[in-house]
Ligand binder design. Structure first.
Ligand code: URA
Length: 439
């Protein structure tokens, strides 16, 4: 077999066979095919698409390209969760201790920020002392004792995806649905949990811009889950505005602390958290239906048990919560800039991608792979679509790291432009959870 013949046949509209897919992926990991031919094949795939059988074959070959994890010996039901990425998405930080408090085990391999979207590992590392480079032995022992553990992806889990992802990124071949499905699902399958819930986000701040794309991904991912004998459910959630108010790293941790301490102002975040959590409980047979699961989780939140579990988990991974500032208003080394409404009206739209990019440029994300994140940087978005606002009201607040203070005026203008205000009467509020698809 050779890669040129695969390119030629895919160009002619002939699907790749399972044998061709296996050869392609093992040769890529062995480094015996040139990058330029692999990048060309990925480009052709982006135009021709992958059929369901090709996506399944690619996922299987991806999983087989590295280690797979097993949670045998963990005494609680094991669950996993994945988000397709968004702005202000801090759900894992609350879901892991919530499910641990409910008696489940959530071993989670997470990533760093990508583009305008934040990453769980960056958020957790903003807690002084928090370690995400755990050995497998440490990881298992924290998982067994606490009920949750979060670490960075190991180099040995799905190495083929690392090669493919980097090439797709460098050649703008990111968005083909089969490639996305194989990439996401191979990592979840290799991570070994029998029950997996995917938070599939759609909207201006998400990977999938509209609901149809999000549904197509969900349906493929669930089909792959069935083929591997796993329980996979999808929760479709809105990402046309940030989730919660904080967009950054340390400020998102502070917001999670607020949420699990019973703050009433974070209804959207709570909604997503309870939807994902009750689906996890249902999948592993811990509740008869989603409503009773939701009630169970709500009680755990209200009782303060989840906050205790959160503290236990952070301590187990070396984090020192006592060294965090009390609120975003008192973060050191930050230029704090208020963004005010120019006119009264109703918030009719928020360019969530733009807000993600502003937070990134404030210092919350990386503009290049080498750049270091400023843990305190980011932005607070105080209004949601459908809210009535008055002239001069604070819509958002930028927390710009001192080293980027020269960009303050531009970032302020970008943020102002991200808010659309209607004066023609009220605008409906948006639903946060759009649909729940069970296996
Ligand atoms: N996230 C992934 O892990 N892979 C993709 O292809 C897209 C988003």
């Amino acid at each position: 077999m050779n890669l040129l013949s695969l390119i030629q046949s895919k160009k002619a509209g002939v699907p790749l066979s399972t044998a061709q897919m296996d050869w392609l992926i093992s040769s890529s990991v062995a480094g015996t095919v040139p990058d330029y031919q692999l990048a060309t094949l990925l480009t052709v795939i982006c135009y021709e698409g992958l059929e369901a059988a090709e996506t399944l074959a690619m996922t299987r070959a991806f999983v087989d390209s590295g280690d797979t994890l097993s949670w045998e010996g963990i005494s609680r039901p094991v669950v996993d969760k994945h988000s397709t990425g968004g702005v202000g998405d801090k759900v894992t930080l609350a879901l892991a201790p919530l499910l641990a408090a409910a008696g489940l085990a959530m071993p989670k391999m997470s990533g760093r920020g990508l583009g305008h979207t934040g990453g769980t590992i960056d958020k957790l590392e903003s807690i002084p002392g928090f370690r995400t480079d755990l050995s497998m032995q440490e990881f298992r022992s924290i998982l067994q004792d606490v009920g949750c553990a979060v670490a960075g992806q190991t180099a040995h889990l799905v190495p083929a995806d690392k090669i493919f992802y980097a090439l797709r990124d460098a050649t703008d071949n990111i968005r083909e649905l089969g490639l996305v499905t194989a990439s996401v699902m191979s990592k979840k399958l290799a991570a070994g949990a029998p029950c997996i819930v995917l938070d599939v986000k759609c909207g201006s701040g998400a990977f999938f811009r509209d609901e149809a794309e999000a549904r197509a991904f969900a349906s493929q991912a669930m089909a792959i889950g069935r083929a591997f004998g796993r329980q996979v459910a999808c929760v479709l959630t809105d990402m046309d505005q940030p989730l919660g108010q904080a967009v950054g790293n340390r400020i998102e941790v502070l917001e999670v602390l607020d949420l699990i301490s019973g703050s009433g102002k974070l209804a959207d975040l709570r909604e997503v958290l309870l939807a994902l959590g009750s689906v996890e409980l249902l999948l592993c047979g811990m509740c008869p239906d989603m409503e009773s699961g939701r009630v169970q989780l709500q009680e755990l939140l209200d009782s303060g048990v989840v906050k205790q579990k959160f503290r236990e988990w952070i301590r187990a991974q070396g984090g020192r919560l006592s060294e965090l500032p009390a609120s975003p208003e008192v973060l050191p080394n930050m230029r704090s800039v208020a963004v005010q409404a120019g006119s009264p009206g109703w918030v009719s739209g928020i360019d969530c991608l733009q807000l993600g990019n502003v937070a990134r440029r404030c210092g919350a994300g990386r503009m290049s792979r080498e750049e270091v994140i400023e843990p305190d940087a980011g932005l607070m978005c105080y209004v949601a679509i459908g809210e009535r606002i008055e002239q001069g009201e604070e819509l958002a607040r930028l927390l710009i790291h001192e080293s980027r203070a020269a960009e303050a005026d531009e970032l302020l203008a970008m943020t102002q432009a991200a808010f659309q205000v209607s004066t023609d009467g009220s605008v409906p509020r948006r639903k946060t959870v759009l649909d729940i698809l069970l296996p």
